[in-house]
Design a protein around this ligand. Structure first.
Ligand SMILES: Cc1cc2nc3c(=O)[nH]c(=O)nc-3n(C[C@H](O)[C@H](O)[C@H](O)COP(=O)(O)OP(=O)(O)OC[C@H]3O[C@@H](n4cnc5c(N)ncnc54)[C@H](O)[C@@H]3O)c2cc1C
Length: 411
């Protein structure tokens, strides 16, 4: 590998900051520059739909303290947009026209919210939750809201729904498919979450989408796919994300539902890596074909993987995916990916508020979804990472101590 003296990272999110930090941790002595469009000190997104909406407290959000960047010789340039990659000259071109030469470029551009094609949807009037700026807008509006419609029954839509219900705001969640969080959860876990949210008083309208949004007074009226018209003070759009691939597309890099990378997280140009929410990568836990994951674990571990390669320790990316979500009093943790699942068994009683769903594909344990059961989650992470498959009858038996079944190396 040619000598790498200048690393430029596009994106000041979880993946970009982790790459810079890991480069320094590994002793990288060249220059490290992060270019970030958002003006805020790089921050964690998960609390935006959790603690932040409760306390409106910015101080716990930063990924690293302000002094970290200077102390580690990381040039952090915020409020700046990277506009183009000049691959021939190995230069990143900023919106200002400035050119930043690189020996290696890391695309950590993340994703942005998808705005569904609903007639009358005005992006300036609906609420979203991706950035700190979005969260500030939403929290400022909360005191005036009595009734909110949320478009999308995925993680973020339901986290927001739970917080709004805690404030006694009436909530309608519109979900186009017939179960909540259907893209990522087993049907058994979706069913449990449906019950949790209904108990919290959220109106889950499954198999229903919004067709039209029209202003009504200070609020809106929403025409639904079943013909009903819903009055609401605000509309929160939480209908998934699209990866920020424009820089890569313009530069002619391969794209496949994200910036396409190989097992080393290299794009079709070996001087450019892509990581985090924007990258579509081969994942040993992902079944057939590349996956694009939207999680802190993936952003952090991919940042570390690229930094290891750039400091002389190349290895294929093979971290086990895991994820969490807090919805009211419910703490959900997921180990593994349930793509292609064909069978599940439940351990514990969902009515008790503590249980796990073990997810199988062709007899192999591929994922475990745990509710308020952190011990199950930690064991599951080790078992799945080590490729150990629990027989279903053992997984389902709460009397069996799962820890005792872990292979020594994984324990
Ligand atoms: C509300 C919310 C709650 C979440 N909760 C959880 C959770 O509980 N658990 C979990 O695991 N994950 C959660 N996630 C997902 C997790 O936060 C993301 O997967 C993670 O932040 C991805 O990191 P990233 O660095 O790849 O992308 P991002 O964090 O999106 O960062 C990308 C950055 O790149 C910038 N950028 C893009 N293009 C350019 C350009 N051309 N020039 C300059 N800058 C650019 C963007 O402005 C952005 O700041 C949540 C996400 C949200 C929004």
């Amino acid at each position: 590998m040619a000598e790498i003296a200048r690393v430029v990272i596009v994106g000041s999110g979880q993946a970009g900051v982790e790459t810079a930090a890991a480069l320094r941790q590994n002793g990288f002595s060249g220059s490290v520059t992060i270019i970030g469009e958002e003006p805020d000190l790089p921050y964690q997104r998960p609390p935006l739909s959790k603690e932040f909406l409760k306390s409106v407290e910015d101080s716990s959000l930063p990924l690293r303290g302000e002094s970290f960047y200077e102390a580690n010789g990381i040039e952090l340039r915020l409020g700046i947009v990277a506009e183009r990659i000049d691959r021939d000259r190995r230069e990143l071109v900023l919106k200002s026209g400035e050119r930043l030469p690189y020996d290696h470029l890391v695309l950590a551009t993340g994703a942005r919210n998808r705005l569904p094609p609903i007639q009358g949807l005005d992006p300036a009037r609906v609420l979203e939750l991706r950035t700190l700026a979005h969260a500030r807008t939403l929290t400022a509006r909360l005191p005036a809201l009595r009734r909110v419609a949320i478009i999308g029954g995925g993680f973020i839509g339901l986290e927001v729904a739970a917080l709004l219900r805690q404030r006694d705001i009436a909530v309608d969640v519109l979900e186009a498919v017939d179960r909540p969080m259907g893209r990522v959860l087993s049907p058994a876990m979706s069913a449990a979450f449906r019950a949790f949210h209904e108990e919290m008083g959220t109106r889950l309208r499954l198999g229903t989408s919004a067709k039209e949004i029209a202003p009504r007074g200070e609020g809106f009226s929403l025409t639904l796919s079943d013909g009903e018209v819903l009055g609401t003070d605000a509309v929160v759009v939480a209908a998934g994300v699209v990866p920020n691939v424009e820089l890569a597309v313009e530069a002619g890099l391969a794209i496949d539902n994200g910036v396409s990378v190989d097992a080393l997280l290299l794009t079709s140009d070996s001087a450019i890596s892509a990581i985090g929410d924007c990258a579509s990568h081969p994942n040993p836990f992902g079944g057939d074909g590349p996956v694009r994951l939207e999680s802190v674990q993936n952003a952090v571990d991919q940042g570390k993987c690229v930094a290891a390669r750039l400091t002389g320790n190349p290895r294929a990316y093979n971290a086990l995916p895991w994820f969490w979500s807090h919805q009211g009093a419910i703490k959900l943790q997921i180990a593994g990916l349930s793509l292609g699942m064909d069978e599940t068994v439940t351990r514990g009683d969902p009515a008790s508020g503590k249980f796990s769903v073990f997810v199988y594909r062709k007899g192999k344990l591929i994922a475990v979804e745990s509710v308020n059961s952190p011990a199950d989650h930690m064991v599951a992470r080790r078992l799945i990472a080590a490729g150990v498959t629990l027989p279903k009858e053992i997984a389902a038996d709460p009397a069996v101590d799962l820890k005792a079944l872990m292979p020594k190396a994984a324990a």
